[in-house]
Design a protein around this ligand. Structure first.
Ligand code: HEC
Length: 151
């Protein structure tokens, strides 16, 4: 979890706040996407879409991306400006963001795997098990660990 707040230099505009709260979980805090989960990078989205194109996509959603029609029009506008690389000075807007606007001041950085320094799952093995189930009784007859640590 990371805190969502404008930095003291004012570099984080309104649109970026909206992005962090609503979009970063899938598209990444730095808009890099999550390749392992098929969440596309949005870094050069301005080469591919017009403002209207992004707005339509935000409103309708697509595939595994949900609709964000419920966002205020002004927030969508700021968000699109951020995605298109057009910054808005946070001082120019009256309405609050984050805590003030009733939005959680925290967001998560994506669906990251919890691994150790070698890339193995960060929980105690075994990480896979073969189970034989007695379908008449609904009980487990036996279990053995499955898999190895060589990739
Ligand atoms: C639950 C995960 C999820 C969230 C949250 C999410 N997206 Fe997406 N987004 C996706 C997926 C998956 C796709 C690919 C959809 C497809 O083409 O099937 C996508 C595609 C896109 C695309 C098109 C990218 C391209 O290269 O064609 C844009 C633009 C986009 N999202 C913007 C946003 C914005 C803005 C937000 C926040 C308001 C957002 N997304 C939130 C999952 C998400």
């Amino acid at each position: 979890m990371v805190e969502v707040k404008p930095d003291s230099t004012g570099k984080t505009g309104e649109g970026e706040m909206v992005y962090r709260v609503n979009c970063a979980a899938c598209h990444g805090l730095e808009r890099q996407g999550t390749a392992t989960a098929n969440y596309p990078s949005l870094i050069s989205v301005s080469d591919k879409y017009t403002r209207k194109g992004i707005l339509d996509l935000i409103n309708t959603g697509r595939g595994f991306m949900p609709s964000f029609k419920h966002l205020q029009e002004q927030k969508k506008d700021d968000l699109i400006s951020f995605l298109m690389g057009q910054r808005i000075n946070p001082g120019l807007r009256q309405e609050g963001t984050g805590k003030d606007a009733g939005i959680s001041p925290y967001t998560h950085t994506g669906y990251n795997r919890f691994t150790d320094q070698n890339g193995y799952p960060g929980v105690k093995p075994p990480w896979g098990i073969i189970s034989a189930i007695d379908l008449n009784k609904g009980t487990i007859l036996w279990q053995v660990p499955l898999g190895n640590m060589l990739n």
